[in-house]
Design a binder for this molecule. Structure first.
Ligand code: C2O
Ligand code: CU
Ligand code: CU
Length: 445
């Protein structure tokens, strides 16, 4: 669905319904009966109006992840609650200088986010790039995971699984199990990939194909970087150039998009025993899609033009410094069944403001993680420039809206609180952790 004359009007209905996954029918939650929901295509400066109808049995709402829009009123307001059977009219206005890239939408009602996203509620938002890259084809790949449960639909998660962050048994690409992607030899494609999994990290590799990274989240690099793999925490997006080598004789070369094992740590409980195993690690390689390179070779694509340098806050005057400490502890009892998930010692309370920032200021935040498990930290509305991770300085300007804070480690970011005063949230994007309380309220004024 594409904007026309600066406006895109969409109707979304969140409801339960059937989906064909790997040759069987699974009852999922979906937007407009699609897994994923429709891709919304916009340009900087556009207006997006969404009427969301809640056809679910529970409260829901809508969040436009990563968009730099107002957090107030009927824009990207995470405090909106839509009752079952009711509808809400959202109205988002993108600034004229909004960064291009892949963004996404998903529900954000505290306590139900992981269940609803795991159930199938997610979709992509593509903001056109004013500096297009010469490619044969562009693809949007929404990667998600779920566990089908014969009678019920999508399996629910137990206490221990929620504490470590649920991972689905099946990993889907655009709602399909292991789809096939066809490329011709010599062809270059642009793949924009979102990790819409509730908790699963995706350490992506592309065997048999050339891979270059153009950017992460809303950030773009000046020149593409050759990479062997790219790590996407839940919520992150990658903008990739994929090139198929020209093979002699036009033979078919099989290749694959894979997720390699990644150790994101454990809850520190259980030892595989009483809590049913505390590890959140993905210990196996998952084949996500098969890529077939076949057909007549095409001429190599022309060079990617150099991009304008990104904004860089490393030289900016910092108006405030603060620390956000992410912790998992025993005995909290805030729905964690004995384990609390906190930021600066507090579990989420929507009636409290945890962080008041000065609108227009530039802040430096130290995100620290005292737990034995990674937490991918996400801030709404304002992107974060990564300055340091575990004390190691990041050399280039890198902008992300989800920054992974490794187990027992730190990340230092700078944030410019431009354009939109208002109240919104930051949280761990392992959505089970968010639902268990690892979220705080920020007010910019
Ligand atoms: Cu994608 Cu507050 O989340
Ligand atoms: Cu978000
Ligand atoms: Cu977390």
């Amino acid at each position: 669905l594409r904007s026309v004359d600066g406006l895109l009007e969409v109707r979304l209905e969140a409801a339960q319904g059937p989906a064909e996954i790997g040759g069987r029918t699974v009852t999922v939650l979906a937007y407009n009966e699609g897994l994923p929901g429709p891709t919304l295509r916009l340009r900087p400066g556009d207006r997006l109006r969404v009427r969301l109808r809640n056809g679910l049995a529970d409260l829901t709402n809508l969040h436009v992840h990563g968009l730099h829009v107002s957090p107030e009123g009927n824009s990207d307001n995470p405090f909106v609650m839509i009752e079952p059977g009711a509808a809400f009219d959202y109205d988002y206005r993108l600034p004229g200088d909004h960064p291009p890239g892949l963004f996404w939408y998903h529900p954000h009602h505290h306590g139900l986010v992981a269940d609803q996203v795991f159930g199938g509620l997610y979709g992509a938002i593509l903001i056109d790039d004013p500096e297009p890259v010469p490619v044969a084809r562009e693809r949007v790949l929404v990667i998600s995971d779920l566990t089908p449960d014969g009678a019920v639909g999508v399996a629910s998660a137990g206490q221990a699984e929620r504490m470590r962050g649920r991972e689905g048994r099946l990993v889907l690409v655009n709602g399909q199990l292991k789809p096939r992607i066809d490329i011709r030899p010599g062809e270059r494609e642009r793949w924009r990939i979102v990790n819409a999994c509730v908790s699963r990290y995706l350490r992506l590799s592309l065997d048999g194909l050339g891979m270059q990274l153009l950017g992460l989240d809303s950030g773009r690099f000046e020149t593409p970087r050759d990479v062997e793999e790219v790590l996407l925490a839940p919520g992150n997006r990658a903008d990739l150039l994929v090139t198929a080598a020209t093979s002699a004789g036009g033979a078919t070369t099989p290749a694959a998009l894979r997720a390699l094992p990644y150790d994101r740590g454990s809850t520190g409980m259980g030892m595989g025993g009483m809590m049913g195993g505390g590890s959140g690690s993905s210990t196996r390689t998952v084949d996500l899609a098969t890529v077939t390179v076949s057909g007549e070779p095409v001429a190599a694509a022309s060079d990617v033009p150099r991009r304008a340098a990104e904004r860089d806050l490393r030289g900016a005057g910092v108006t405030a410094r603060r620390e956000l400490a992410f912790a998992m502890g025993m005995g909290g009892g805030m729905g964690g069944g004995g384990m609390s998930f906190t930021i600066n010692g507090e579990p989420f309370d929507g009636d409290r403001v945890d962080t008041t920032v000065q609108a227009g200021g530039v802040e430096e935040w130290l995100l620290s993680n005292s737990s034995p498990m990674d937490h991918p930290v996400h801030l709404h509305v304002w992107p974060m420039q990564l300055i340091e991770r575990n004390g190691r300085v990041v050399q280039a300007a890198e902008w992300q809206d989800v920054v992974n804070v490794p187990a027992g480690g730190t990340a230092r970011v700078r944030i410019a609180f431009d354009d939109f005063p208002g109240r919104t949230v930051y949280h761990c994007h392992i959505l089970d952790h968010e639902d268990l309380g690892m979220m705080g309220v920020i007010d910019a004024r």
